[in-house]
Design a protein around this ligand. Structure first.
Ligand code: ZN
Length: 339
């Protein structure tokens, strides 16, 4: 059962938000998109890692795990005692201090040794707290070992809900088994949660369904560092997980919400890509809105998906945004699905 943390648990003091324990078994299984898998795989294989161990049947999940297993992990100090670890799935924010290290996202489990080394280079503090920004494996795969190392896991209630059941992510051509018990968040909330730890104040806020229906932002308010989960992929087309309640319109709403809450001074950690700022968030929002308009116009004019892709509605953006795992054609399909 998820529980409500209190001041006795490692110095964490939630100020608001209510934990929820009603977790109905639910896993929407979705539709098609075979070619998207192929496009994702090809792009990921080309971009992420020139790894001889890659096989076509590994799928995108295997590709990302192999990339984490073979790639470098880097640590980037940000502001105050907040750093970011890049190179194991989603970006991991780190807050160190006497109450124990707090992580935002867990990376890929195969990175355990490298992440342990990276954390040791930041501080000698044991890991006590882990926040998941959403349920996707490239942000939660390390939950189990981090929990065994002593971390209490905090997340939105939908993250726990989705991790508890078998779940198909059609866009990845992969079915995830239920997560082991130790990998499940033990503290969940519905709307927002405030936490005081290591002398810092953290504000956790739920987005409405955007990239998934479990996305949260984590704001280190004193340092003014904001982790925006996978509502922002810096410099690359984002994945949108319709099989987990995501949509292009939700993604745009989240991009607007991010812009509204940051200032020119806020350091913004994307789910994927380099750490950036408000101007970068604006450029991402503008890209999403522009491509949505173009794809919607084509769909409203009666174009099929294949015809829409052939019309290349993303062309003006592809040079900058189209070189990561989500190719121009794949992103067009993700947008088409939601307009
Ligand atoms: Zn994600």
């Amino acid at each position: 059962m998820p529980k409500h943390i209190d001041s006795s648990s490692g110095g964490l003091t939630p100020r608001s938000g209510k934990p929820h324990s009603n977790v109905p078994p639910e896993h929407p299984d979705l539709s098609r998109r075979g070619f998207l898998d192929t496009a994702l795989l090809a792009a990921a294989a080309a971009w992420l890692v020139p790894c001889p161990r890659l096989r076509a049947d590994d799928g995108i999940v295997g590709v990302i795990k192999n990339a984490a297993a073979t790639g470098a992990i880097t640590v980037q100090p940000l502001r105050g005692n907040v750093s970011v670890i890049l190179g194991s799935g989603g970006n991991i924010a780190v807050l160190s201090g006497p109450d124990g290290t707090l992580l935002v996202d867990a990376g890929i489990a195969v990175s355990q040794r490298k992440i342990t080394d990276a954390l040791a280079s930041i501080s000698g503090d044991p890991v006590k707290h882990l926040i998941n920004t959403h349920w996707h494996f490239d942000h939660t795969d390390g939950n189990r070992w981090l929990h065994e190392a002593g971390a209490e896991i905090i997340a939105h209630e939908n993250t726990r809900k989705r991790l508890m059941v078998r779940h198909r992510v059609q866009g990845w051509h992969f079915t995830f088994p239920p997560a082991p018990k130790g990998a499940l968040p033990s503290v969940v909330f519905k709307k927002d949660l405030a936490i005081d730890v290591n002398g810092a104040h953290l504000k956790l806020d739920y987005y409405q369904p955007a990239h998934t229906d479990s996305d949260i932002a984590v704001h280190f308010t004193d340092a003014d560092v904001l982790h925006v989960a996978d509502t922002w992929w810096n410099g690359v087309y984002p994945f949108i997980d319709y099989s987990s309640g995501g949509s292009i319109d939700g993604a745009i709403d989240a991009a607007e919400a991010n812009l509204a809450r940051v200032t020119e001074k806020t350091v913004v950690i994307p789910g994927h890509g380099a750490v950036g700022n408000k101007a970068d968030l604006r450029e991402f929002r503008d890209m999403l809105v522009s491509i949505r308009e173009r794809v919607a116009a084509l769909k409203e004019a009666g174009r099929s998906l294949a015809q829409t892709i052939a019309a290349k509605p993303t062309a003006a953006f592809d040079e900058k945004w189209g070189k990561f795992v989500i190719t121009p054609d794949a992103f067009t399909e993700l947008v088409y699905q939601g307009v």
